[in-house]
Design a binder for this molecule. Structure first.
Ligand code: FAD
Length: 427
């Protein structure tokens, strides 16, 4: 194990303290190599953060952990995170009503409602079962190498009805990929569909930021230095915006691709194209839903793509006697149009839940322009993108790892581990 004093002159500098950077540090530490993470903001976590506001826990954008993610199973202590699960399936808002779409294999008590649901034909349900069997066969890396097309083309080739596509797949996957056109690579769809089929969608009891806290706590004290924005990267040193220069034998850049390119002037480290999302949080005196389930907008109109009540899933998301409502809208608007968007959202919520919405209190809106890297085909080919840049430079981040789900918690963590292993080998 490296001693704490080595940290003044770490062997490896990691630029960026998101999941990828932290997992890179974790891997290096496991191999006895000292590293320092330089994070520009005031805390680690990058796109996975939880803020506390008036006793509410607000994740910076609605996101979930899928318990089947293999890397998370290896790295995270699920028990300590006290994972709280969403009910499988969804409630779909369609033609002025909520319709339950349950997974009849996992929720037999809803077999009848699902069988007579107006959203899907019996043939659609059988196609879902077949698709599930297909994606659960073989290992994950084999799945990631199957022929690549768009998710839309993949689902159309399965023969799903237009009705099921519009009322379920578009809003469900729209909220996962953060785009409704389903142009995201079919490989990502296959990998994620398998994760949904094989595990649960969960929230840690104290918010998604708990994942990050657990990773940081597993590193030697002082590994993560916050408030350290890197301005320039060279092969054996980096320069911070304050002018300070830090030296190391290897430098790993764990920032989004646009920043990575600015820092090293590389053109081959991935695309800038990204999908954004806006997340609005409201406090409600009583929960608008009686169970921990995801609500999808199957009506094809209005700004909302999905809604959930995180405090129904994990009670600590709201103070006693209150509920937290999370609403996601695809894309982002400029600050001056935010009030207009909020009005439209409240109108739609009132249509869905009636006059109780008048009593809801808007807590906060998060605008996240870079939420997920765009993954249109052939984004996921080759399956593993190079992480060794010229010389002593390495890169990691969710945009780089494709075999294990690009643009996800799993992908970011695998990419960090791979970079750590590559650095260790090079040393
Ligand atoms: C709203 C939203 C919903 C999501 N939903 C899900 C989901 O449900 N399930 C799922 O699996 N994934 C989801 N994701 C994706 C997942 O969160 C990301 O894939 C993952 O967190 C990316 O981690 P990363 O380390 O690659 O990048 P980042 O988290 O972006 O980390 C990069 C870090 O670099 C730092 N940095 C940038 N520039 C500099 C600089 N010059 N100097 C120093 N540091 C710098 C940043 O501050 C940041 O901390 C979602 C993401 C968002 C935003």
């Amino acid at each position: 194990m490296p001693s704490p004093t080595d940290r003044a002159n770490p062997k490896v500098l990691i630029v960026g303290g998101g999941l990828a950077g932290l997992c890179c540090a974790r891997q290096l530490n496991a191999q006895g190599i000292d590293s320092q993470v330089l994070e520009s903001s005031d805390r680690a976590g990058g796109r996975v953060q939880t803020d506390e506001l008036d006793g509410f826990l607000l994740d910076r954008g609605f996101q979930v952990l899928l318990t089947a993610y293999p890397e998370c199973q290896q790295v995270l202590d699920y028990e300590a995170l006290q994972l709280c699960r969403f009910e499988p399936g969804a409630l779909v808002r369609y033609r002025g009503k909520f319709h339950r779409l349950a997974d009849p294999w996992r929720q037999p008590r809803y077999l009848l409602t699902t069988t007579f649901s107006p959203l899907a034909t019996l043939a659609d349900k059988l196609r879902v079962a077949r698709l599930k069997r297909q994606v659960c066969q073989g290992d994950l890396s084999g799945l990631a190498q199957r022929p690549e097309t768009t998710t839309l083309a993949r689902l159309q080739a399965c023969g799903f009805s237009e009705q099921f596509m519009e009322t379920f797949f578009r809003p469900f996957l729209g909220g996962v990929f953060l785009e409704r056109d389903l142009q995201t690579s079919s490989r990502k769809f296959d990998l994620l569909f398998r994760m949904f089929a094989q595990g649960d969608a969960v929230l840690p009891a104290r918010g998604m930021g708990a994942l990050v806290d657990q990773l940081v706590d597993s590193l030697p004290a002082g590994t993560v230095r916050t408030g350290a924005r890197v301005a320039k990267v060279m092969e054996d040193r980096v320069q911070l915006t304050c002018g300070e220069v830090c030296h190391a034998s290897r430098v790993v850049i764990a920032t989004p691709p646009g920043v990575t390119r600015q820092l090293v002037g590389q053109s081959a480290v991935g695309m800038d194209a990204a999908h954004g999302v806006t997340c609005l949080y409201f406090a409600a005196e009583r929960p608008p839903l009686s169970e921990p389930v995801l609500v999808l907008n199957g009506e094809g109109k209005g700004p909302i793509i999905n809604l959930s009540v995180p405090s129904q899933v994990a009670p600590a998301y709201a103070p006693p006697g209150e509920s937290l409502v999370s609403v996601s809208v695809l894309g982002t608007v400029e600050a001056e149009r935010e009030a207009g968007l909020q009005r439209q959202v409240v109108e739609q919520l009132t249509e869905w839940f009636g006059s109780q919405v008048n009593d809801w209190r808007h807590l906060k809106t998060y605008r996240i322009p870079y939420a997920l890297p765009s993954q249109d085909p052939p984004a996921l080919s080759p399956v593993e993108k190079p992480i060794h840049l010229p010389g002593n430079l390495f890169a990691c981040g969710d945009y780089l790892d494709t075999g294990s789900i690009q643009g996800s918690i799993q992908g970011a963590m695998v990419s960090g581990r791979r970079a750590g292993q590559a650095v260790a080998t090079s040393l």
